[in-house]
Structure formats: structure tokens, C-alpha cells
Write a protein that binds this ligand. Structure first.
Ligand code: DQA
Length: 145
């Protein structure tokens, strides 16, 4: 079984970007932890990051080649109907994650356009959002296998 992990805009800056919200781990650190967690579950993983909405949507389309998608859409979670539509086209389990607790932040971040298109959302646990996201995704993948 194979998982695709997609990180949205500005997440390439993790480590230095607003650590009070996002923690101090870099994106490479998070990918390493996610890869180890996937290894623990016996699933393979490919991690990618895109700043642009179009490339991120293309990558969502390509994730159909795998068995599950873990996505942190970044700010596109709050703004992109096109990304939500792309997620809705997938027939594989999808978990959305956010490092920060978006519900405890400014009101613009309370609107979650992509959330309606995914199986579940994990938000506010910093890097652990991703690791719990892997656990949830693997359990959904096993259920639908
Ligand atoms: C984020 C939350 C979004 O509101 C923000 O725009 C991000 C990161 C998170 O992981 O907490 O870029 O998705």
C-alpha cells in the first residue's frame, strides 16, 4: 500500500515560519517522521510540497495512483474551491491535517473549504497532526482494502 503526502503553500518554510503556530521542525524533519511512521505500518510514502494551487491540484489528481492521501492544504484549505473539487473526485481515503489549531486563530481560518471533501481533519497538534493523520489514514485504507 502507498500513501501520498502533499504539503501546500509556505510549508517549505517550516522551522523558521511562525514557530508559535507551526513548531520548530523543518519540512524535511516532518517528512522523515512521516516516513518512519509509514514504515512502522508497512506502507510506502511519497512526500511533495507545492506553493502553487495548480501544481497542488495536479498532484491531488496524481495521488489516485496510491491508496491514500494525507494533505496539509495550507491557506488553500480556507480559499480554494478548486482544490476541494479535486479532492472530491478521489475515490481513496483522504485525511487533512494542520499543524496549528485553525479554530483558535483568526476568523478567516475558521472557514474550511477542503474539509467537506475529506474523511477527517486533524488540527492543532503540530507535527503530531501528521503522525496521527498517518495512523488514521492507514486504518481507513485497511478498512477499504
Ligand atoms: C496551516 C494552517 C493554515 O491556516 C495556514 O495558512 C498554513 C498552515 C497549518 O498547518 O496549521 O499555511 O495549514
Amino acid at each position: 500500500m502507498k500513501i501520498t503526502v502533499l504539503h501546500g503553500p509556505n510549508l517549505n518554510l517550516l522551522g523558521t515560519r511562525q514557530p508559535e503556530y507551526y513548531g520548530t521542525l523543518s519540512l524535511a524533519d516532518i517528512d522523515e517522521k512521516v516516513t518512519a511512521r509509514c514504515g512502522h505500518h508497512g506502507v510506502s510514502v511519497a512526500c511533495h510540497q507545492y506553493n502553487g494551487e495548480g501544481p497542488l491540484i495536479d498532484a491531488v489528481h496524481q495521488s489516485i495512483e496510491g491508496d491514500g492521501l494525507l494533505i496539509n492544504p495550507g491557506a488553500y484549505a480556507h480559499t480554494s474551491l478548486a482544490l476541494a473539487d479535486a479532492l472530491e473526485c478521489l475515490q481513496i481515503p483522504i485525511i487533512e491535517v494542520h499543524l496549528s489549531n485553525v479554530h483558535a486563530r483568526d476568523a478567516m481560518r475558521h472557514k474550511m473549504l477542503t474539509a467537506r471533501a475529506v474523511s477527517g481533519v486533524i488540527t492543532g497538534l503540530k507535527a503530531n497532526s501528521y503522525l496521527l493523520g498517518v495512523d488514521a489514514l492507514v486504518s481507513l485504507m485497511k478498512r477499504s482494502a
